[in-house]
Design a protein around this ligand. Structure first.
Ligand code: ADP
Ligand code: MG
Length: 238
């Protein structure tokens, strides 16, 4: 069953056509990476799935439901950004529980979910700390914890590791994948980093100038690039 479906999705900003008729089916539990050069429309596509941008034409479905007119908070998705966007004055536990508190969840159930997520992410001992008392990797983990507590149907990641140094970035790739293997939540992960895409993806979507150039497993793209752009971008010999 497709968990996220894009049907001829288009985006224009005034006269600027950013995305042209994008078709994509993402299966339940799949980890799909959108990759392409800066400015090709990756964030725009992700923001439309999240409901933070309206589509200019076409249809987006999450599960069976058409969500074009569904508010972001009702889409059953959670988004992880590169900037962490943690509240500086709230401790880790409050940051992680905030979206549940907004939804008027009971304190007991918020605590249970926050503790469960903290345990998964190795944040148990850091729940009382403020964001500024954490390392970059720990902050990124809190940002993921905030997404996990909601138990969403879909995770959307927009270059979540781009603020981290190279070594930590490699480590966090492994952590995110391990988490995905535990939770099996459908994930759409945006990056401009080819290696990140090749190492993390079940399937890669290569974008260029608002057009999907090719969709396939990392090795398929490497061995059988559909065109010169994909070959050059993925770095395959073909
Ligand atoms: P990427 O995430 O792949 O780097 P974006 O989706 O952010 O690319 O942007 C795609 C294109 O859309 C760029 O040319 C960008 O300048 C343009 N764009 C993005 N957001 C807006 C906006 N709110 N208004 C006008 N143009 C935008
Ligand atoms: Mg972007």
């Amino acid at each position: 069953m497709a968990s996220v479906t894009l049907n001829k999705v288009q985006k224009d900003y005034g006269s600027l056509n950013v995305l042209q008729a994008v078709d994509l089916e993402i299966s339940d539990g799949e980890f799909v990476v959108l990759v392409g050069p800066s400015g090709c429309g990756k964030s725009t596509l992700l923001r439309m799935i999240a409901g933070l941008e309206e589509v200019s034409a076409g249809e987006i479905r999450i599960g069976e439901r058409v969500v074009n007119d569904v508010a972001p908070k009702d889409r059953d998705i959670a988004m992880v950004f590169q900037s962490y966007a943690l509240y500086p004055h709230m401790n880790v536990a409050s940051n992680m529980g905030f979206s549940l508190a907004l939804r008027k969840a009971e304190k007991g159930s918020i605590d249970t979910r926050v503790n469960g997520a903290a345990n998964r992410l190795g944040l148990d001992k850091l729940l009382a700390r403020l964001p500024r008392q954490l390392s970059g990797g720990q902050r990124q983990r809190v940002a993921m914890g905030r997404a996990i507590v909601r138990d969403p149907k879909v995770f959307l990641f927009d270059e979540p590791l781009s603020n981290l140094d190279a070594k930590l970035r490699v480590h966090m790739r492994t952590e995110i994948k391990a988490l995905h293997q535990q939770l099996k939540t459908t994930s759409v992960y945006v990056t401009h980093d080819q290696v990140e895409a090749m190492t993390m993806a079940d399937r890669i979507v290569v974008m260029h100038d608002g057009v999907v150039q090719q969709v396939g497993a990392p090795l398929d793209l490497y061995d059988r690039p559909a065109n010169a752009f994909v070959a050059g971008f993925i770095g395959s010999p073909g």
